[in-house]
Write a protein that binds this ligand. Sequence first.
Ligand code: A2P
Length: 318
Amino acid sequence: MAANVPKVTISNGSQTMPLPVIGLGTAAHPQVTETTKSAILDAIETGYRHFDTAFIYGSEQPLGEAIAEAIKTGLIKSRDELFITSKLWCTFASPELVLPAIKTSLKNLQLDYLDLFLVHWPLKISGEVKRLPIPKEVIFPIDIKAVWEVMEECQNLGLTKAIGVSNFSTRRLDELLSLAKIPPSVNQVEMNPLWQQKDLREFCKAKGIHITAYSPLGSKGAKWGESESLEYKVLEEIAKAKGKTAAQVSLRWVYEQGVSFVPKSFNKDRMKQNLDIFDWSLTEEELNKISKLPQRRAVLPSMIMEPSDLVREIEAEI
Ligand code: A2P
């Protein structure tokens, strides 16, 4: 059964589309197909209808298998009940590779269309990713004008309902907005109480670009309940006072900022817990405490890419 998940409205340039505010993140290391598939089936059963994948996560295939099985067993009636996001990996961030890339993603997912297709990073990478962090020698600037034209073609061809970007700073968005016929509907970025993205959020609000938060729980840095650090203590204290968990307080804070969010959990109890944030709220005082937390900047870029001027720019600004 679909849970009572609020929806936000995003625009694809000509139409508006409803987006369930919470989606399931599917990036996992290592990615084990069977585990991912059964976790996604659990999520559909629990009420998730929005799924976030990417070519590079290796989760498109298990997500596609889970969707096919969910339709076959009657968990959902049709694919249209779901909102599916995937992303153009940096290796394919050249104009001649964008259409083949979305077609590969659709094939992996066993779908005719995506709901949202994002440029994964404002970067181009030459060759396959063989190790992490990705060596700086293979990281290059992206020709966003040429790539975006084909992203627009993907939408015009009906291969995706909307297009957007991920990990784009205000400078990159400004550049994109100046040349786009179809403006990006979404910018998906790292966002949580410890990296609140205030400037970027203000910019995107003014430009009508919706933000989706990835790592809304702080990703690998999060050790809820174990950490002695002051930042977590503040979240723990608020959680204790409300009979919630620190993870729920984080997600509720993210929700109250008007963005959508895609926490990853492959554990059914935690999936349920993460859905259980819509019938209570944070007080002014609690919101104030969280807004004053020290900020630690984005953690993901340096985890996956060697430092270079291009990567440092992303880390500092998104
Ligand atoms: P698991 O899949 O075992 O639940 P993020 O979305 O910020 O990247 O965070 C994902 C990490 O947080 C995963 O390791 C996930 O582990 C864990 N996680 C997800 N939901 C919760 C929760 N409610 N409480 C604690 N940890 C969680």
